[in-house]
Design a protein around this ligand. Structure first.
Ligand SMILES: Nc1nc2c(ncn2[C@@H]2O[C@H](COP(=O)(O)OP(=O)(O)OP(=O)(O)O)[C@@H](O)[C@H]2O)c(=O)[nH]1
Length: 415
């Protein structure tokens, strides 16, 4: 579990920070210290902190010595300070802290914790910096690395397009305008026409004197712009705002693709993905199997134990899919009906997998209202090197029907 250090001597502030850490950072091991001595002790016990939130003025470190200490340990440091002035701001930014937060209100502590949460995941986010000036690239790289982002560089638009091909998971492009070979506008156009707009933000850089450039960047498809020179604080705010907007859209899209009860893909999302997977596999002549699963006598479970119990069975079954079939595409496509596409599995292998899932379900005792019962399913598995998803679905459904007719709790494969 990632570890975060919080150093704060005020008991009131500490109470707020402890509460926020427990609610906002549940998957972080947060260590609390009330003095420089305790902070040092925490490092002796285990120096493996990914970040620290530290109070600038402590009784045994009145002049920011704790900041020097955590930075020296190579830990990304967020500073809490009660007194703010320009000289202090500059010295903190120059020293390499991630950010400073003035202790004005609860919002300040929310901000610090939000920043700590971002730092935890930033190492997974690739940012590409496109600028023909090495000095400028270095400056932006340093700022980004201070926030633990993964940085890729390109010196003009052409190289940027090439890098995008190598790193299709780049989430943010920061690009200058004036560059040889391909300028910033052309680059934004190219990126927007060649790559999926979702999940990729672009920030254009332009100097204040060039005025209209910023608006032009947006018209060409950038999400935002920054006037050079910029304050690091503004730079970070723009970056996190743009990344948060992408993440929010992804969350909404994900929710629209998921079944609310089980969290599995829903029918629409499944068929969209199945179509693409199956046609790709057929072109490459990779064996692919399609399966339909239907829980047995599910109406009886509802009738006997109630709808809430039926829901619980569906949720438990979904977790079995996660455990046994994680490499494949599966979904809840109707009430007690599920489907799966198994790329790379011929009919025998697919039958083995689905029968394993069936046995796992049958083995699981469900306890409800002091009673215990077991659930089974019937399934149909079809493997065909051609035919549309609809065709595979109909054939698998036919096999499922035969399995039900034959007595349930079994899986039928190709004829
Ligand atoms: N609890 C619960 N029940 C659901 C949900 N969606 C569908 N059902 C119920 O699932 C039951 C399906 O019943 P049937 O189609 O008769 O099938 P069955 O009882 O499983 O019988 P066989 O498929 O022939 O084994 C119906 O009673 C639906 O109300 C749901 O989201 N939650």
């Amino acid at each position: 579990m990632p570890r975060l250090l919080i150093v704060e001597d005020s008991s009131t502030v500490m109470r707020v920070l402890k509460h926020l850490a427990s609610t906002r950072l549940p998957n972080v091991d947060t260590v609390f210290a009330t003095s420089m001595a305790e902070a040092k002790q925490a490092f002796i016990q285990n120096p493996d902190f990914y970040a620290a939130i530290v109070d600038l003025n402590l009784p045994d470190a009145p002049d920011g010595e704790v900041v020097e200490f955590t930075l020296k340990q190579g830990v990304s440091t967020i500073v809490l300070t009660g007194n703010f002035n320009e000289q202090r701001r500059k010295s903190l930014v120059d020293s390499g802290v991630v950010d400073y937060v003035v202790k004005e209100s609860r919002h300040a502590y929310h901000y610090a914790l939000k920043l700590a949460r971002r730092l935890k995941t930033n190492h997974r986010i690739k940012v590409m910096v496109v600028d023909d000036s090495k000095m400028s690239r270095n400056h932006i790289r340093n700022l980004l690395e201070r926030h633990l982002y993964r940085v890729i560089e390109a010196q003009d638009g052409l190289e940027a397009i090439e890098q995008m091909g190598i790193h299709p998971d780049v989430r943010l492009v920061i690009t200058d305008f004036e560059m040889p070979n391909m300028d910033g506008f052309k680059l934004v156009n190219e990126i927007r026409s060649k790559f999926d707009k979702r999940g990729l933000a672009i920030i254009g850089l332009s100097s204040v004197e060039s005025g209209i450039l910023s608006a032009q960047f947006i018209k060409h498809g950038a999400n935002d712009f920054l006037n050079k020179p910029f304050y690091p604080e503004e730079f970070y705010c723009r970056i996190s705002q743009n990344l948060e907007a992408i993440e929010l859209i992804e969350e909404i899209e994900d929710a629209a693709n998921r079944d609310y009860l089980t969290g599995l893909y829903n029918r629409r999302a499944f068929f969209e993905r199945a179509e693409a997977l199956i046609s790709k596999a057929q072109k490459k002549q990779v064996p692919t199997s399609f399966c339909i699963i239907d829980l047995d006598n599910f109406k009886l479970i509802n009738d006997e134990y109630g709808h809430a119990c039926g829901d619980e069975v569906l949720k438990r079954f979904a977790r079995l899919f996660d455990k046994h079939c994680e490499k494949f595409l599966y979904a809840r496509i109707g009430g007690e009906e599920f489907a799966m596409v198994m790329v790379g599995l011929d009919n025998d292998k697919a039958l083995t997998l689905v029968n394993g899932l069936r046995q796992a379900l049958v083995a699981q005792a469900i306890e409800w209202d002091g009673k215990q019962f077991h659930v089974s399913f019937s399934g149909g598995v079809i493997t065909d090197s051609e035919g549309s998803v609809d065709h595979l679905y109909n054939r698998a459904d036919e096999m499922l029907y035969r399995a039900k007719e034959a007595g349930r709790n079994m899986v039928f494969g190709n004829d």
